[in-house]
Design a protein around this ligand. Sequence first.
Ligand code: NDP
Ligand code: OXD
Length: 314
Amino acid sequence: MSEPLTIAFLSSNLDFSYLLPAFQAQFPQARLRLGTELGPLEDIDAAVCWYPPEGLLARLPRLRLIQSVGAGIDHITADPALPDVPVCRIIDPDMGQGMTAYVTWAVIQHQRHMGAYLRSAAARRWEEQPVQPPRQHRVGIAGLGTLGLACAEALLNIGYSVRGWSRSPKNELPTGLQAFHGEAGQAEFLAGCDTLVCLLPLTEDTRGILGQPLFNQLPRGAHLINVGRGAHLVEADLLAALASGQLAAATLDALTQEPLPPDHPFWADPRILITPHIATRTDPAVIARQTADNLALIDAGRAAEVAVDLQRGY
Ligand code: NDP
Ligand code: OXD
């Protein structure tokens, strides 16, 4: 009789017990191993990860799948001892809807002066702010993948002027989306972003991309929304750009230090709105299903169809 499948849940900063009911339903015969109760490491076939403890994956001799619980995989590739095992990420239309809701809110929150209305309402004052039609506001989305494209489509549907930037040229874009690509297209893209949304993966090419050289290419007074990763942003450059007026505001959902410490200067700056990495989430049932699908394809010798291209980095 063959050994039952063993799935380990590995994270140095998240309690993964919330995933267990969905995995029990998806894999009724499997052994599910959480955190400190991993059992014999040589039993483990698949690891479901968010910042797995450094070096641990390399100690699992039977490992066939490293499954990210998110769209990004930077928290896995950060491990310098990453073994040569397929790494898969979540590709989830529902996650796209959650991201769309967040990004749409963040664009409108600033462009329609919602902060000022909250202050007026708290003081019982009937005060109007300027009302600018959406088509006069240009939103640029850096990263036209699963999530960026979903956001672009939604913003176009409510009338914003939307442009996007990707690494490679794109076919079949939503009608009205102005597309740019590569380093050659970056300056023209940035010059037309009243709001810039970062939905890039974190790779060696994109680390620190949100810094002074990029900010200087945006229209003066632009709004930055970072829903990518904290390490896309050069924090000191953001504070300097806000102080000089080159940027008017920033909405940040991904931070280098999570949780952001209470004494971090971002909390004290009224132009910066922080949310605690909640822009979107994936339903545990989707994570369990995609883990099962990925394992089946890997076992059928079709890993190349589902594994992230680690050379490219996303
Ligand atoms: P995808 O891999 O589907 O898309 C990535 C996009 O970025 C692609 O369009 C790609 O270009 C583009 N890109 C990559 N590198 C570059 C580069 N050097 N220059 C220009 N464009 C580049 O990713 P997803 O849309 O699924 O997710 C994007 C990111 O969002 C994740 O990696 C994660 O960091 C973040 N995220 C944040 C969440 C949150 O709650 N805050 C939740 C989920 C994800 P091309 O199309 O040419 O390949
Ligand atoms: C992800 C995230 O990568 O939640 O999915 O940030």
